[in-house]
Design a protein. Structure first.
Length: 259
């Protein structure tokens, strides 16, 4: 909890300084496609889309709090629990950097945070499927983020998801879902699959809102924004994914067999 809270305080503090002093660069309209009209004379360009990212900070702190209370009995190492909580926290200020400034660098930070969370999910599922250790996780994680960064260099808009980097993000999430499903069907450990269903359901609803808020379901001057709901539901999904991870316990549950 102390580590995650420090990450939260430092990242939010740095964001406030970056926005206040213009460290992220000029407004180039990055994120303008997410409905909310930019407040041209305001320090924060898209307030609703910006401050809704507090959901990620709260979710990350909740992950850390829960891990401090009950995470030690899980198959997920405490170090990875802390890393996951920190990544969830960083989603908040990284996404807010784009919506607050509409700058190019802010947009890159937003995408990078998405690669970090999706890369974590895919890599952690992969190493558990292949029964690999921390070194394999670190290598897979770095590779996932690097590949997404390279895919994101594609300069042209992409149908439906707009930016090429979003394709990498989506592929990693689909990979994670497929591997988690295979792990559940293999039945080598016990876990509460309902948390996984809740995470996936939250993410699917969030994606639906993400699409609709860019295609007609949009009031640019409202303080309620569909993209803000996307942030909140993604934070919920991140929390339930963690609960799935830490619900995992040793033991083969099929046919009553245990190791």
């Amino acid at each position: 909890m102390a580590i995650t809270a420090t990450v939260a305080a430092l990242s939010v503090g740095l964001l406030a300084l970056a926005v206040g002093y213009g460290w992220l660069g000029p407004d180039v309209g990055r994120g303008a496609n997410f409905c909310e009209a930019a407040r041209a004379d305001a320090l924060v360009r898209q307030p609703a889309n910006t401050f809704s990212n507090a959901s990620f900070v709260l979710a990350g702190l909740l992950v850390a709090w829960h891990g401090g209370r009950a995470g030690a009995s899980s198959l997920m190492p405490l170090g990875l629990q802390t890393a996951y909580a920190s990544v969830v926290v960083l989603l908040g200020p990284a996404s807010a950097a784009m919506h607050a400034t509409q700058s190019s660098l802010g947009g890159h930070l937003d995408l990078l945070s998405m690669y970090l969370i999706a890369g974590f999910a895919a890599s952690y599922a992969w190493v558990r499927w292949l029964r690999r250790g921390p070194a394999a996780f670190a290598g897979a994680y770095a590779a996932c983020v690097l590949v997404c960064e390279l895919v994101g260099l594609w300069p042209r808009p992409v149908p439906v998801v707009n930016h090429a980097g979003n394709i990498g993000f989506g592929v990693l999430l689909i990979t994670a879902v497929a591997l988690e499903t295979r792990l559940w069907r293999r039945g080598q450990s016990r876990r509460t699959i309902g948390f996984g269903i809740a995470a996936l359901g939250s993410m699917l609803v969030a994606f639906g809102i993400w699409i609709m808020s860019q295609h007609g379901w949009c009031d640019p001057h409202s303080w309620w924004q569909g993209h803000g709901a996307w942030h909140a539901l993604c934070a919920v999904a991140a929390y339930f994914l963690y609960r799935l991870y830490v619900s995992e316990r040793p033991g083969i549950v099929r046919d009553g067999i245990t190791p």
